[in-house]
Design a protein around this ligand. Structure first.
Ligand code: HPA
Length: 237
């Protein structure tokens, strides 16, 4: 593995588990490692994009921040898949609710990720590609959620290049096409996984609602965060 360390990850070969959980916030990665993993060891501090490897119920699992947006998760997931032999990346994040039946606190499993970004243009395909999650991860995530009494919402996300969008009609158009929630990373993650022949899934909790303007108080965020993490950790082991 002559490509390691990479420009963005200082880990040595073997420092990173085959499965990586990716929250957007590197401090959230540190919190997850310290709260849920046994014996976490930090493998990256470059740009403060912290990454840790530990075990969950005896199985090696890593957790690393992705940063915000597709360029950022695009870099980290590419390097993990191609240079650190990572097989599976599970994004754990928050999203803004779009769908009529999507409520605050819901856990959304991103079967697919629509996007307004040109990330896929690099592949020069003679058409458009549908960025989709790994089917086995989708199925197992649903099974794990249901076994815990959690009813996830499963379907399309929108991975947006903008958090503040000058086009105020855009969100309603995506909602009317059945898109459940808006976030900013999954499409790039799914495309990188597909191109590398690897696996990816995004699990989100709804932290705010685009049309009602509601937002979760911080205590409630922690409950839905815990549900999402319980699903992701069981999936990772
Ligand atoms: N837009 C984009 N990303 C988000 C949002 C949002 O409203 N909420 C949480 N992540």
């Amino acid at each position: 593995m002559s490509n390691t360390p990479t420009p963005h990850i200082e880990a040595k070969p073997g420092d990173i588990a085959k499965t990586v959980l990716m929250p957007g916030d590197p401090l959230r990665a540190k919190f997850i490692a310290e709260t849920y993993l046994e014996n976490p060891v930090c493998f990256n501090t470059v740009r403060n994009m912290f990454g840790f490897t530990g075990t969950y119920k005896g199985c090696p699992v890593s957790v690393m921040g992705s940063g915000m947006g597709m360029p950022s998760i695009g870099i980290y997931s590419y390097e993990l898949y191609h240079f650190y032999e990572v097989e599976t990346i599970i994004r754990v994040g928050t999203a803004g609710g779009l769908g009529k039946n999507v409520k605050l606190r819901d856990v959304v499993i991103g079967m697919g990720a629509c996007t307004n970004s040109h990330y896929a243009a690099q592949y020069q395909l003679p058409g458009t590609i549908a960025p989709i999650a790994d089917f086995d991860l989708v199925r197992r995530a649903v099974e794990i959620a249901e076994s815990k009494g959690i009813r996830p919402v499963v379907g399309n996300l929108l991975s947006s290049d903008t958090f503040y969008n000058a086009d105020t009609q855009a969100a309603a158009k995506w909602r009317d096409m059945g898109v459940l929630a808006i976030e900013m990373e999954s499409a790039a993650l799914y495309l990188n996984a597909i191109q590398a022949g690897k696996k990816a899934l995004c699990i989100c909790t709804i932290s705010d609602h685009i049309f009602t303007g509601e937002a979760l108080p911080s205590m409630d965020r922690q409950v839905s965060f815990r549900e999402m993490m319980e699903i992701a950790l069981e999936l990772a082991k």
